[in-house]
Each structure stands twice: as C-alpha cells, then as structure tokens.
Design a protein. Structure first.
Lengths: 362, 362
C-alpha cells in the first residue's frame, strides 16, 4: 500500500530518503558485496560510518569539544541505571526532577542504586500536565548532578529552558526531543537519548558526556557499564548495533540536507503551532489539560469529550491514512507525535482533519 | 558488485533470502505503509513478529518448556555482568572455566561483581588452543553455577560435549555456535548469545534461562538489568532493537526451510570437515596448534610459515572474492568462519583455493 502518515510516538517515522538508501544498499553496501549488517564492526568500512556518525552528530548538535559522544545499547532505561552507577560515589547524592513516567522511572532506578533526592515532582493523581516553576525545585546540597527529562512523551510537556540549579551539572534525558532545537550546553553535564524518535531506528542510545564526568566516573564497574571504558574505546568495546548506527548516519545526513538544526527547529515550531492553533480555537472540543507554557513541540496531546468520540477520531483518521495517534494507555485520549522527520504538510493534513472532524461531530 | 564469499567472524554473512525480504519490505512492511523500524513496539504488528521469533527459536532449538527465552540488548558483554548480578547472592559463589579471551572477560567481569572461582584455564602464553580435560576442572563447592564458553571464536576451539559438573547448573556463552548443533539441555541453567553470528544482525542478545533461576534471581537490581523483570515483561520492558529481532525472525524461518537444526548440524559438520581435511593433508603448510579434539566447527584457524605468506593468502583469496579471513589480532594467521548461513559450496570454494595455494606457493 502507499506510505501512511505515521505519527507513532516512537519507534516512529524515518526520513524516506534514509529508507530508500538502506533498501538500495541492502545486498551490496558501498561496493563491498555485503550488507552493512554482514561486515565486521572492526572493518575499516564500518569504522568509517561509525566515526562519521559521531562527527556529524557533534557538528549538527553544536556539541562542545569537551564532551564525549557515545553510541551505546539498552535504551534510556539502561542509562537510568548507568548514570547513578557511574556518577554517584559512596556518600554522595543526586537530585531528580520528576515530570512524567520516564523521569519517575529514572528516579526510582537511581534509588535502587544509590541514595538520591526528589527535587521536584509535578505528579497529580498519577498524571503530569506541567513543568515545575523555579521556586518548586529544591536541589539537595552536594548533589553531583540534577536529573530531568526534557520532553514528556506520554503527557506532552516540555521544558522550554533549563532551570537554574546553581552550578550542579544537569543530566538530561532527551529521548523524545533530541536534535529538535538548539540547547545551551553550559549547564549540561550529560545528555542521553534512545535513537528511535529523532535520530534513527531503535537499537542505539546516544550519550553525550562532559569529559570531567567521564574522568570522575566509577572505576569499579563491569566494562560494559562504564562510561570511562566506552569513551576510551570510542564505543567499540564490543559489537555495537551496527545497522542502527548506519541508519542514524543516514538520518543525520538528511538533517544536514534540510538545513541543519536551525531549520529543523523552525519547522518544528511551525508544525506544533498548526496543531495547537486548532486546539486553542476549539478548547471545549479538543480538551487539553497541559499547561500552556509546558506544551511539547514533539507530542501534541488532547482529549475529546468521550472515549467513544476519541475512538471515532482515531478510526476516521485511519480512513484518511493517519496512523499512530492513539494516546498512551496511562494518559488516554489522542497524541500526535510530530518528530523531526515530519514536514509541515503532515501537520497541515492533521490540522485540516481536526477542523473537519469538529464540523462533522461538534 | 557481486556478493562476496564472506567469512567474517561476526557480524557475518546472513542468508540471502533474509536480506532480500528486508529489502522488499523496507518501505511497506506487511501492508502497513511503514517500515518495521517505524512502527511502535507496542503495536500488534510488532508484537506478532516478536512472539513468533521467540516461539520459532524455542521450536528450532528444542528448548524445554521450563526455560524462558529473552531478547535483550548489550551483547554477550552485558550478560558477563548481568549473570553474576542476578544469580550470585551475597555469600555464594560461582565457578568459571576459561578457554579463550571472551570466557576470560566473563570471568574478570564476574570478579568485579562478586567472589567467583577459576575452575580451569587452558591459557598458555596468552593463547588458548584446547578445551580442558575433565580432571582439570575443579568446581568450587557451593557454586550457584559454572560458566563456560561453548565455542572460542578467536582461536577456534569448541566443547564437543559439556563437562560433568555434578549437578551445578551450567551457564554457557554460545555466541559463536548457538543453533549450530543439538544441545543437551539437561545440565544447562542459562544459555546466552549475541545474535550476530548464527541468528541475525548485531543488536539482539538471546538469553535462555531456566525458570527456577529466573525466580532465584536478585530483586534489588535496576529493572533493565533484572532477568525477573525482563521475563515478566516478555522482553518488552522497554523498546527493543526491533529491526534486529525482525531480521532474526527471517533467519530462523530460513533455518526452518533448510530442514531445521538436524540438517543444519550435518551441513556444518561437512563444511568443517572439508577444511580440516585440507589442513590435515598439509600440516606443515597449514599449521594449526589447536588440539584435534578441540577443533571448532564454526571457526577454522591456521597459520602459514610466515606473515608474508599469510598476507599473500589473504590477498589471493580476496582476488577470488573470498573476504573476512584474516585472523584476530591476538591470534594472527588465518580464520575461516563458517557459520550457519554458509553452504557446502562455500567451504568447497575455500578448500579448492587452499589446495591451489599450496601448489603455487608450497
């Protein structure tokens, strides 16, 4: 069938050019007579794609030189464990800001590993509709880092700027908005993200870590869990997920062709505005409990007046080739995920559909 | 260019049918209008391929019902850490048999996690050319498991049958010979393998674990490192490496079409014999220090009289479309890796080349 308009929250749509290139190279990559999946991760051919991916990501995301870029496995969930294992020495602590289910997972995982402190939570009846105000955040003195999640995929909230945490390095899970906008690297000690929203298919986890934190990290860990070992080995300590790195390479090249981060950010802002404008014009029909200043530019969430109407919305959308918009089971309602790969036309299509849906069902 | 004869030690050759199917489904998988990389891991479409992969692997490998099959990330290296973290409770120990670099890594990683015991080692001057004799193995009393590596990829040795360890559950790294031959599940408590030799591309790690060990495993670990959590969540605790599982599915279906494990095992034995016969006919030319009873059926290793001649062997082979046969840097010489995907003709081609090479250079 034709390609659908795919708004899944992740794994999610990839740039068509990346898929087409992978398709054409499947039996013979770069004249090797092999797929990229069949060649040694120690070969010069793979080394090239690996290093190019890291270099291109550094360039596109304006990563300062004093940070290492690691390509790991295990998803953000493994980072929930590796971060405290590596960075919290005996007797020290870290602070966590909880604004959604994944930041809560990060906090709970860290608690299993070490003593950590809850600096803020915007949880209310198991749901999260806002980012905390500055005066709600209480960083525990002596924290070696403060953890936060830049974008809440499930409920659709996003930090618009990072909070002032008085020089404590920020550790930030950017799984669902990495490379979607410029960031101020100043306060950031470590950034991590599963690739499967903005960077490529599932299977690679990007970790950007400031060199001083690499040096301070624990030396008592198994090699595979050690930032120091992974940094020293350029993420090739063991066999990486070669194909997902190769796909990430293609996605990054697509970002570059699109004009880089600046162009991508502007496009993302326009895409989000198209949908939020429709919501704001019919707030009794498209009901959003997300605080206006906390709205995500990646995941636009709303409810309709009844579950029946939400089911009809999903079904009608499907008949127009729009898929992946059913809200997360813990949030309900509708979620339209508009990651980097989507263009304005995709948002326009959804906005038009939403307007038509009001007319027919309002 | 044409497809090469690819004898890389892993990542390594995949069945051509698996690549061709992936190619044809790249833009539209199963009529979804998406690639398998673009769909949610919570979708019914992905769930189907995930569950089918596990079920087919159980069936083809004759895995008894009282074992769980997990599809994880992080490679065998992460298992080196997860095994002792999950299974060695405070005050208990485990025994390790070291027959190569990776089993040594497993042992050293376990030592970082817990107190473990070296039950045997066949190391000699940093090299490993044999599997230990039964009377060389000393299992520490009270061991909760005994770890061994079934096939040594680097030096080319392989256990032909498992040692008698008096009822202690065996934990076996089968990364380089999983699903290449029938195994006796009786003594096995846990089997694990990176997928990238016999099962698919890199990115998936298979763990087969007896239910009683799942139940006995530690409850204090971060979820992502817990066998219990991963078993309870059917390996979908977080986003898995979806594409590599999808490819594993295709590789398993290919194994099934080839006649299953019995046919694959016979084919593997014939493939190895073809090469070892040439070696045994010219032992002064193709020099192998691997003990005859310890020879691997997956990785055939040998040296020539000089490094110059080895370089010529690799170059001449390349001119005949044979690639990936340079030995590991710690072993030197030549290594021909003949995993499941290779057919007899591939071994015949190498055997003929070897015979011609003697004539021209002997």
């Amino acid at each position: 069938m034709d390609r659908v308009l795919n708004f899944y929250p992740g794994p999610s749509e990839l740039p068509l050019s990346a898929l087409e290139e992978a398709k054409s190279e499947m039996l013979d990559w770069k004249g090797t007579g092999m797929s990229v999946m069949e060649i040694s991760h120690r070969s010069k051919e793979f080394d090239e794609v690996h290093n190019e991916t890291i270099a291109l990501f550094r360039k596109l995301f304006f990563i300062p030189e004093n940070y290492a870029v690691l390509l790991l496995q295990g998803g953000a969930s493994l980072q929930f464990a590796m971060i405290p294992m590596n960075l919290i020495a005996a007797g020290s602590t870290a602070s966590y800001i909880v604004t959604g289910r994944f930041s809560d997972n990060a906090y709970k995982t860290a608690k299993k590993v070490s003593g950590v402190h809850l600096a803020a939570s915007t949880e209310k009846d198991g749901k999260y509709f806002r980012i905390p105000k500055p005066d709600e955040i209480g960083i525990r003195e002596g924290s070696v880092y403060c953890h936060l999640t830049s974008n809440n995929t499930i409920f659709g909230t996003q930090w618009k700027s990072f909070p002032d945490v008085k020089g404590v390095p920020l550790v930030c899970d950017m799984s669902s908005d990495i490379l979607s906008r410029k960031v101020d690297w100043g306060p950031l000690g470590l950034v991590y993200a599963g690739a499967q929203k903005n960077l490529g298919p599932a299977g690679t986890t990007v970790v950007v870590i400031r060199n001083d934190l690499v040096e301070k990290s624990s030396r008592d860990l198994p090699d595979i869990l050690s930032y120091k070992v992974m940094a020293d080995k350029n993420s090739l300590y063991n066999t990486p997920g070669c194909f997902s790195i190769y796909m990430m390479n293609k996605v990054l090249k697509w970002v570059e062709r699109k004009g880089g981060l600046d162009a991508i950010q502007k496009r993302n802002e326009r895409k989000a505005k198209l949908l939020y404008d429709v919501i704001d014009e019919a707030p009794d029909f498209f009901i959003t409990r997300v605080e206006k200043e906390s709205r995500s530019f990646m995941n636009v969430t709303f409810n309709l007046v009844s579950e029946e109407l939400e089911a009809k919305f999903v079904a009608d959308a499907k008949s127009e080739n729009i898929v992946g918009i059913k809200g997360h089971r813990s949030a309900g309602g509708i979620r339209v995920s508009i990651y980097n790969s989507h263009d304005e036309k995709d948002s326009e299509t959804v906005a038009s559909f939403m307007k038509r849906f009001i007319k027919e069902n309002g």
